[in-house]
Design a protein around this ligand. Sequence first.
Ligand code: GLA
Length: 551
Amino acid sequence: MRRALLAQLTALAMLVAATFVTLSTTLIPTASALENGLARTPQMGFNNWNATHCRSDFNEAMVKSIADIFVSSGLRAAGYQYVNIDDCWALPQRDTSGNLVPDPARFPHGIKALADYVHSKGLKFGLYSSAGTKTCDSAGFPGALGHERQDAALWASWGVDYLKYDNCNNQGVDARQRYTAMRDALAATGRPILFSICEWGQNQPWTWAQNVGNSWRTTGDIGDNWATMLSIFQKNLPLARYARPGAWNDPDMLEVGNGGMTDTEYRSHFSLWAMMAAPLLIGTDLRKAGSATLDILTNRDVIAVDQDPLGIQGQQVSAAGGRYVVAKPLANGDVAVGLFNAGEGTATISTTAAAIGLGNAHRYRLQDLWSRSSRTTTGAISASVPAHGTVVYRVSRLGATPAPSAGTSQLSALPWALMSNAWGPAERDRSNGEAPDGDGRTLTVGGVTFVHGLGTNARSEIRYDLGSRCTRFTASVGVDDEVGDRGSVVFQVYADGRKVADSGLLRGTDGVRQISADVSGAALLHLTVLDGGDTADYDHADWGNATITCA
Ligand code: GLA
């Protein structure tokens, strides 16, 4: 009886279903980020604040030297691009036309000349203001609230490429309104200007700022000490699902090299920021930096984890006893895993390839990105980690089992090559449910139930080996009824990185949509679910009856 009803409902769903569209070939998700084309990977550069605050050693000579060192020390080559100045660059009063005036003692040739110098080094230039009547420093420099268009136009005329926009003296005006006004003012200049929201996480910007800024601070200010760095990490880590290319969580600038932490702690700081796909803004005076500091800041393997184009912020796998395991899937199918010991003694930290989302292989290679040693494992991943230390492995699959057997198979019955999911693990033949593995309920979209399929939560990325022997993927997709009318997602299917199907935006109020995609010849199938652009919450997404047909 129940079966017959199920068949009827499924047939009905097939009738109303839309066909899929074949689209462009990009691997980079575009849903709901600020569409100014910037920060497709987290921004990298320098900001003077952590090194100088408002002191007089923050001046033209310093900033020019930083640009020089970016080139001479290989920082530019390692990916650092923006040379940014923070608070205290302006005079306390606007001029008679209401324009901001650079402080002539610090910047005798003005800001435009400084930006020109930075540009001449093949770098980009950023500055700072506040979405308030004054900036944050007690000296009280003018803020841009109510002056958005005029200030943005002036900065654009100077060649500014980046704005850090603070939150002090905001007069209680709604944050979203204040930051949106500046977003629009920057856009009106016609110059691409990266927009870095610095609102300290006070109004949960991760729930509204994806379309407003390229990044948003998630916490109060960092300090050059272990306790502050640790507490910021702990606040920023659970926000992984809100980050995406063009729109990043910002746990504040780096303190690496400033002297308040050990090199082991600074390596942890840098590793954790990279695992969290954080902006990497050097905050030390590079004129005084020793080789240990430069070695940390230029570790290209760790930088590659931060800058990976898949753009997924690493997620917590476990954290028992302050022994953190954080996993970050990478574009080439590897997974970076951070084993971070927040405790006071050496500890063994262990996980497995399966727990970090890798599967369907006989062996895995572990590349230690700090010691640069490499070894293989059949699945166990473990390291002895000193107090406050972090081991980062790039884990690669070796000896994958090639293809599903001939005929049509349910994907939920096959081992995945890679699984990354924003709310606990993806479920097989169940909805995502809550975070624990194996919970959830019968997959249900718009009242239609599915015995088989995958229950996920955006952002989700699941990959299967096809061994180039399969022809067609089909599924009935939609937002699971377990979230009511909430949730909004986009389903995408890729064959070897080529997009072969896209559901378009599906909301909790929509029914089932059919996807059918030609995957002929592909070695790898990617099933991607992106947040549809409202809040990134309640995005429970079902791949109902997901099948693959192989020769
Ligand atoms: C605030 C910001 C800091 C820095 C100072 C400058 O505290 O959060 O990052 O810009 O203002 O005054």
